[in-house]
Write a protein that binds this ligand. Structure first.
Ligand code: TMP
Length: 211
């Protein structure tokens, strides 16, 4: 019997845009319908690995690091999980992911580092079937929760990051989601896109990023 592959759905956006909440809601909605989906969204950076711990100490201002070295760590943090990711998708499990290589490129390039160098490190990773970019006026994001507690959570940095995200959007798989409504409204927009995308991937092989 041929198993239909799972989907790879990525949520991206600026800090405090609501991605994490929406990623969790997507997993619950799909699971409730009996879909084959991971029990929790995958999240990058994955701060539980050795590499993730180094990244985390940078983000919480406990350690400083060269920008390119840090970028390589963020990328390595994805590559160290790629076998498991491919395995899940090949076996028919849909993976919902909270941040991926688009954050990787946008946050580093926002510091003035060459965009193509940034992209090269993640080239060949599984390409998402959809990127849901949750957008929110910056002032609103900055008024949420603990904004300001980590390294990149400043208005100036977020403005630069947004400019790079905009350069990465491609018509094939990029969906702009207005994140300014209430949580349920935003969820409705996300699940609609996910349903459409998952309905179409049946025979398409998983692509590779930035080849
Ligand atoms: P988080 O708040 O979603 O855990 O992400 C932590 C920060 O790390 C956030 O400001 C975005 C940034 N980031 C990068 O700079 N590069 C990356 O590759 C990823 C995944 C996140």
């Amino acid at each position: 019997m041929i198993t239909r592959r799972g989907g790879l759905i990525v949520l991206e956006g600026l800090d405090h845009s609501g991605k994490t909440t929406q990623a969790k809601l997507l997993v619950s909605a799909l699971a409730k319908r009996g879909a084959n989906v991971v029990p929790e969204p995958w999240r990058f950076p994955d701060r539980t690995t050795q590499i993730g711990k180094m990244i985390s100490s940078y983000l919480t201002n406990d350690a400083d690091m060269d920008d390119r070295a840090l970028h390589l760590l963020f990328s390595a943090n994805r590559w160290e999980k790629v076998d498991r990711l491919r395995q899940l998708i090949d076996r028919g499990t849909t993976v919902i992911m909270d941040r991926y290589a688009y954050s990787g490129v946008s946050y580093t390039a926002a510091k003035g580092i060459d965009l193509s160098w940034c992209k090269l490190c993640d080239r060949g990773l599984p390409a998402p079937d959809a990127v849901l970019f949750v957008s929110l006026p910056l002032k609103l994001a900055a008024s949420r929760g603990t904004f300001g507690s980590e390294k990149y959570e400043t208005i100036g940095m977020q403005e630069q990051v947004l400019k790079v995200f905009e350069k990465l959007s491609t018509p094939e798989n990029w969906y702009q989601i207005d994140g300014s409504g209430d949580v349920d409204e935003v969820h409705e927009k996300c699940i609609k896109v996910v349903d459409d995308v998952l309905g179409k991937i049946s025979d398409q092989p998983l692509g590779e990023l930035w080849q």
